[in-house]
Design a protein around this ligand. Structure first.
Ligand SMILES: [Zn+2]
Length: 269
C-alpha cells in the first residue's frame, strides 16, 4: 500500500485504503457492505420489559422547544437497569471473574451467526428448554455448526412483546412474581455442549433470559459466564432471519464494570 499526501490525492487515497480494507476476504466486512440490515432491537420506552424486580425504562424530558436564540433544542435524561429490553449479559453477570461489559472483546460481539428455530416446540410448552437434540436437528439440515458462531435461538415468544402475561407468564412485579415466570430458555446441558464441542462466541434469545422462566439456579447463565460467553436477551424480529448465512453486530453501551447493558443489535443478511 502506497501513501500519497498531496492535497488532491488524499481523498482518493483514503477511499482506496478503505476499499481495500473492506473488500478483504473477511465475510463479515463484505456482507456489511452488501447485505440487508435487520434490526433485532426493541426501542426503549415505557413498555420495555424488565425483570419483575426492576423498574422500567425512564425518559425524563429536560428540554424540547425553541430557545431565545431561535434554534430548536431537545435533551433528555434516562434511567434504566442494565438488564432489560434488548441487552447483553456480560459474563460478569454470573461469574465473579468474568468479563464486564466493557471488557467483552468486540470480536465476540460480531460475526457469522446461525438461527435455531424451536418455535414449534415452544408453542404449547412455555417452559421448554432448548436441547442438544435441537442443535443436532439443525445440523442434519444445514451441516455442522462451524466454530466461532453466534447462535440465535428463536422460541417464537418475540411475537408476544410487549405483553408481559404472554411474553413472560406474569405482569406482576416484585420478588414474588419471579416464581410465576414462564418462558422458554436454553438447557444448561446444551449450553455446555455448544461451548465444548462447537466453540461458540455468543448466544442470543427472543425471551427475557437465556435460562427458562422457571429456572431457580440459572445454570445456563452460570455455565456461559464461566467461559466468558455473552448472552443477548429480548431479541426482536428473529422471524425475519434465515437459518444461516448472516452476520450479527451487537454493540452494547460501554458501561465500565457493567454486568450487562442496553444493546443495539442488528443482523446483516
Ligand atoms: Zn440479562
Amino acid at each position: 500500500m502506497f501513501f500519497f499526501f498531496s492535497k488532491k490525492s488524499t481523498n482518493l487515497c483514503l477511499f482506496l485504503l478503505a476499499f481495500s480494507f473492506l473488500s478483504c476476504s473477511c465475510s463479515t466486512r463484505s456482507q456489511v457492505l452488501n447485505g440487508q440490515i435487520i434490526d433485532l432491537t426493541y426501542s426503549f420506552d415505557k413498555e420495555t420489559i424488565y425483570w419483575p424486580t426492576e423498574k422500567g425504562f425512564l425518559l425524563e424530558k429536560r428540554a424540547d422547544g425553541f430557545t431565545e436564540k431561535g434554534y430548536y433544542y431537545a435533551s433528555n435524561r434516562f434511567q434504566a437497569a442494565e438488564h432489560g429490553g434488548t441487552h447483553v449479559d456480560a459474563p460478569k453477570h454470573f461469574s465473579q471473574k468474568g468479563h464486564t461489559v466493557d471488557q467483552i472483546p468486540l470480536e465476540q460481539l460480531m460475526g457469522p451467526a446461525i438461527l435455531v428455530d424451536v418455535s414449534d416446540k415452544c408453542k404449547n410448552d412455555p417452559d421448554y428448554r432448548i436441547s442438544i437434540e435441537d442443535f443436532l436437528e439443525w445440523e442434519r439440515k444445514n451441516g455442522q455448526i462451524p466454530k466461532d458462531m453466534i447462535i440465535l435461538l428463536k422460541t417464537g415468544f418475540g411475537k408476544y412483546w410487549p405483553n408481559r402475561v404472554q411474553y413472560m407468564g406474569t405482569d406482576e412485579r416484585g420478588a414474588e412474581a419471579v416464581k410465576k415466570l414462564h418462558f422458554p430458555g436454553l438447557h444448561p446441558k446444551a449450553a455446555a455442549w455448544l461451548m465444548q464441542f462447537r466453540f461458540i462466541k455468543a448466544v442470543g434469545i427472543d425471551t427475557p433470559s437465556i435460562d427458562h422462566g422457571q429456572s431457580t439456579h440459572f445454570e445456563s447463565h452460570v455455565a456461559l459466564s464461566q467461559k466468558n460467553i455473552p448472552a443477548f436477551e429480548n431479541l426482536a424480529h428473529l422471524d425475519r432471519l434465515p437459518s444461516k448465512n448472516f452476520v450479527v453486530i451487537a454493540l452494547p453501551m460501554k458501561i465500565k464494570d457493567g454486568s450487562g447493558g442496553p444493546t443495539r443489535i442488528v443482523a446483516v443478511e
